[in-house]
Design a protein around this ligand. Structure first.
Ligand SMILES: CC(C)(COP(=O)(O)OP(=O)(O)OC[C@H]1O[C@@H](n2cnc3c(N)ncnc32)[C@H](O)[C@@H]1OP(=O)(O)O)[C@@H](O)C(=O)NCCC(=O)NCCS
Length: 155
């Protein structure tokens, strides 16, 4: 989570030189402990099978049970461009629609062309744009809203 690329593309930091907020092991234990039992989300770690290292997480969150929809977020560090992100999205969406959800939605910043490429490749549709929603290095960055319906999921 200290990876500058993760900080930039998740909107956690606002300049290239900024130090991301780091959680202590105790804070992480509390946060992930709470998430383990939370009813509005499922959090998966992404493991690099080559060496068993945790390299990221994929999260179905903000469950809206009445409308059968939820959000999604994802990050990978130190193991990008090896297909793990694509596989994580595919597995997460497979699970979301297998448990009966109707819709998954996410936010992605305009400058995150890699993530946008993956989401589009897997069927997410651009639904709108929050203009100049992020300030990074004193420039304004748009934030796109993308959604995927169960009927559009190709597996
Ligand atoms: C976005 C992220 C999850 C992608 O995971 P990944 O494991 O690196 O991605 P993959 O290896 O599965 O796929 C990369 C794809 O993007 C393409 N790609 C790589 N860099 C790219 C770029 N700068 N612009 C567009 N496409 C790009 C690759 O060619 C590949 O496409 P292909 O499979 O069609 O050939 C990961 O890079 C990441 O966590 N980044 C930082 C945090 C982040 O952006 N999170 C998402 C917030 S919405």
């Amino acid at each position: 989570m200290a990876d500058p690329e993760v900080g930039r593309f998740t909107g956690s930091v606002h300049s290239s030189g900024a130090e991301p907020e780091l959680w202590t092991p105790e804070e992480l234990t509390t946060i992930y402990g709470d998430w383990m039992t939370a009813s509005d989300r499922i959090v998966w770690v992404i493991l690099d099978n080559d060496n068993g290292t945790v390299v990221g997480e994929a999260v179905l969150n903000r469950l809206d049970q009445d409308n059968l929809r939820c959000g999604f977020r994802l990050w990978i560090s130190g193991a990008t461009n090896r297909g793990l992100g694509t596989e994580a999205v595919r597995l997460s969406m497979g699970h979301a629609f297998a448990i009966g959800l109707h819709r998954v939605e996410l936010d992605v910043y305009d400058f995150n062309t890699r993530a946008r490429h993956i989401y589009e490749k897997l069927g997410f549709v651009l639904e709108g744009t929050k203009r100049q929603a992020l300030r990074f290095d004193d420039e304004w960055v748009d934030c796109h809203v993308m959604g995927l319906l169960a009927s559009e999921w190709r597996g």
